[in-house]
Design a protein around this ligand. Structure first.
Ligand code: GLA
Length: 378
């Protein structure tokens, strides 16, 4: 995404408050995180959209029915906060829910779609996430719910034609026949839509199962992704490193999200990120693979090793090897599988920068481990 392109044709990159701060988010913390995005170089690397998640709003709407910020956590108001974010050269995002309450039982937008869309536009919100937390009429079906999300999107665009509309319609259809239709509909009227559950539990022991589970859910959805339309795998670096994730977990996640062209929204305390994690989040090869905007559509298997591939914008093919088994394993792949006709190929490891040449790709990985590499002929 270029500095000025909005709405972005490439997967949104930025920041979200949820996993790190939950409902304890305050205006001073949001401003601090935004300043850290800039001073850490993350903003220059593309992470430009700062999104408030649940917990920003007052328990009651204002007298005129408008949503209003929690005056203790946000004493200067949300408009002021948006101005601070914009003054840093960043974009500002906000959160609401399709029903009468958010997932934290705060006011949702039911009965107020147009009014809330207008409020968000007046505040200067560039991005709006609409959650699905219930609080809907008992008669609601997947079809009517889809229609509510469509209507809300139309209201958001009426008041701000450049808004990025992020929503969670598909998430409650996961595992049901209605999942794919919900994704198909979302792709018609939203910019991004959640296709996988929240990242809980959030521990090292669960990290690779969660990451590979999200990947499996998303693989078959590649036809819905394209410029301005992304399957959303949820936030990256959730509460890292407090969650107990290792750097390897973070690399696994970023590798998968990049292959899947998912939005990259960091949800951690930027000030607590170790230099190695910051470097990984800014890794230009990973970012280029993500920002190609093209979701991986080709997967081949050898043993327990999956090879996912798509064109790499830096040349050749971006390949993600994944051990989907329960123990260490090796996969062997002949070069024509990567579209290579020469006798030898060169691989560039996206994370270590290491370059190797080989006549066959032979990859040994621990269970749940991944390897992101750019492969080209010769
Ligand atoms: C849901 C969403 C999360 C987050 C929380 C906030 O669980 O899926 O991304 O927004 O609500 O309550």
């Amino acid at each position: 995404m270029t500095a000025t392109e909005w709405p972005p044709s490439r997967p949104v990159m930025g920041y979200n408050t949820w996993y790190q701060f939950r409902t304890s988010i305050t205006e001073s913390e949001v401003v601090r995180q935004a300043e850290l995005l800039v001073s850490s170089g993350l903003a220059a690397a593309g992470y430009k959209c700062v999104n408030l998640d649940d917990g920003w709003m007052a328990a009651e709407r204002a007298a005129g029915g408008e949503l209003t910020g929690d005056s203790v956590k946000f004493p200067h108001g949300i408009r002021w906060l948006a101005d601070q974010i914009h003054a840093l050269g960043l974009r500002f995002g906000i959160y609401t829910a399709i029903g009468a309450r958010t997932c934290q039982s705060l006011p949702g937008s039911w009965g107020h779609y147009d009014q809330d869309a207008k409020t968000f536009a007046t505040w200067g919100a560039d991005f709006v996430k609409v959650d699905d937390c219930g609080g809907l009429p008992a008669s609601t079906t997947v079809d009517t719910l889809t229609e509510y999300f469509r209507q809300f999107g139309a209201c958001l665009r009426r008041h701000n034609p450049e808004v990025v509309y992020s929503q969670e319609l598909p998430i409650h259809q996961i595992g049901k026949p209605s999942f794919r239709p919900a994704v198909r509909a979302s792709a018609q009227f939203a910019d991004m839509w959640r296709v996988a559950h929240d990242e809980y539990p959030l521990t090292h022991d669960d990290a690779s199962a969660m990451i590979l589970g999200h990947l499996a859910a998303d693989l078959e959805l590649h036809s819905f992704a394209g410029p301005g339309h992304w399957n959303d795998l949820d936030m990256v670096a959730p509460a890292f490193p407090a969650s107990g994730w290792t750097l390897a977990d973070l690399r696994n996640q970023l590798s998968v999200w990049a292959m899947e062209a998912s939005p990259l929204l960091i949800s951690a305390d930027i000030g607590a990120l170790p230099p190695a994690a910051l470097a990984d989040l800014k890794n230009p090869h990973m970012i280029a693979i993500d920002q190609s905007g093209q979701q991986c559509s080709t997967v081949i298997m050898n043993g327990d090793i999956e090879a996912l591939m798509k064109p790499d914008p830096e040349g050749g093919t971006a390949v993600l090897f994944v051990n989907v088994g329960t123990e260490a394993g090796t996969g062997r792949f002949a070069l024509p599988a990567f579209g290579i006709t020469s006798a030898r190929a060169t691989g560039h490891n996206a994370w270590t920068g290491e370059t190797t040449t080989f006549g066959e790709a032979s990859v040994t990985l621990e269970a749940g481990q991944t390897l992101l590499i750019r492969i080209e002929g010769g």
